[in-house]
Every structure is written in C-alpha cells, then in structure tokens.
Ligand binder design. Structure first.
Ligand code: SF4
Ligand code: SF4
Length: 156
C-alpha cells in the first residue's frame, strides 16, 4: 500500500494537470488531418469504374452516369462506417475522407448526399464545336446566279 503522503502527491499532480477531455460541443475540436470522416466526391476526377461501389462494405455509394464521361455520386451516409476503403480503392483520387464528423440528423433521409457533376463546360464545348463545324453564313450562302438578284431567265 502506498504511503498517504505519496498518494496525496499523486492526487495533487492529477488535480493540477490539464484535463485530457474537451468540453465538446461547447469547444470545437480540430481533428487530425488523417481523420476518416464524411466522404467527399470529386466528380471532375471520376472515370465511372465503380470500384468504390464494389469495395464498399456497407453499400453506401451509387455512381450514376449523367453524360458522356460525366458521373455523379450518391452517398447514403447513415450506412457509412467511415472505413475509407473507397478512398483507398479509387484509382483517380476522386474520393476523399474529410475531417467532418458532425453528421447527426433526426431523419435518415437527410443523411443522403448527392454530388453533382459540372455539365456546363461540356455544353460550352459542344456549342463551340457546333460553331466551328458550321461555316460562316456569308461563306455558305450560294452565290447569286443573277447579278442584282431575281429569277434567272429560262434556259440560262
Ligand atoms: S472508384 Fe473512383 S473513379 Fe471509380 S467510380 Fe468510384 S469514384 Fe469514380
Ligand atoms: S468509408 Fe467505407 S463504408 Fe463509407 S462509403 Fe467508403 S467504403 Fe463505404
């Protein structure tokens, strides 16, 4: 058994020490950079291989093709166990484990996240391609067969 003096010293040491816990949620906690929180999807990097869907143990991810080489993702976060297997699996770094962990909600439906693909550049590119393919009106207009216009004379 420890002597009373030693015990008192040990007690005082812990009384004066900074607590190991924090007063969350009154004090916000900064998570370490490698924390595995809510998964973020980068639509601009996804190639639609669906390896993440295959490897996810909780069937959280749904990759949806919305246009040529454009993919969106739907996450059922209420099922996610934050293992970050999908992040490791993705060959294009299109998935990222963020430090976000405050995900509580009253309704499970609110835990669904949809990441949209940016289709705007594609539309612009299409419009540009169309404009390039279509020759200029002044160039494409048939040459006036009759100088000054009008109907060409019969047999001309
Ligand atoms: S593994 Fe990556 S690239 Fe493949 S579908 Fe999933 S997010 Fe997209
Ligand atoms: S972190 Fe794990 S459970 Fe969550 S989506 Fe990725 S693979 Fe699935």
């Amino acid at each position: 058994m420890k002597k009373p003096g030693k015990m008192l010293a040990e007690t005082m040491k812990h009384v004066l020490k900074r607590p190991a816990t924090v007063r969350y949620p009154y004090v916000k906690v900064e998570m370490p950079a490698r924390f595995r929180g809510k998964i973020k999807f980068h639509a601009d990097r996804c190639i639609g291989c669906k390896a993440c869907m295959r490897d996810c143990p909780s069937k959280v991810i749904n990759i949806i093709k919305v246009a040529d080489k454009k993919f969106e993702a739907e996450f059922l976060n209420d099922r996610c166990i934050f293992c970050a297997q999908c992040v490791d699996t993705c060959p294009k770094d299109a998935l990222e484990a963020t430090v976000e962990f405050e995900l509580a909600a009253f309704d499970r439906k609110n835990l669904k996240t949809h990441f949209y693909a940016d289709l705007a550049p594609k539309v612009e590119a299409k419009a540009e391609a169309k404009a390039e393919a279509k020759p200029d009106d002044s160039e494409s207009a048939p040459k006036d067969p009759v100088p000054g216009g009008g109907v060409p004379p019969a047999g001309a």
